[in-house]
Design a protein around this ligand. Structure first.
Ligand code: ZN
Length: 94
């Protein structure tokens, strides 16, 4: 795991984007969290609702490790709860 933040900030959306955390839309002109980072030599960018960024930031190391293989949009907006259908797909008992 070798991830390096290149830049981030809180811009207003110029078009609709999907939040990487919850998969719901970030609306035009909505302030959101945007970050660009390098992971294993590739550059990626992510956009989050502000409340989803807060939920993400509140995860501890253990939670990150457990959840690191989840797909984008696996969480309920603004929380660190995983969506029921995602849990069912994985077959976890929660
Ligand atoms: Zn979101």
């Amino acid at each position: 795991m070798n991830s390096e933040l290149i830049r981030d900030g809180y811009p207003c959306a110029r078009k609709e984007y999907e939040c990487i955390w919850c998969d719901e839309y970030i609306m035009v002109k909505e302030k959101h969290y945007y970050c660009v980072f390098k992971f294993d030599g590739n550059v990626y960018s992510n956009r989050f609702h502000i409340e989803c960024k807060k939920a993400s930031s509140s995860m501890d190391r253990q939670e990150r490790l457990v959840n690191q293989n989840l797909k984008c949009g696996s969480y309920i907006r603004g929380t660190k709860k995983i969506k029921d259908h995602v849990i069912n797909d994985i077959g976890w008992d929660n």
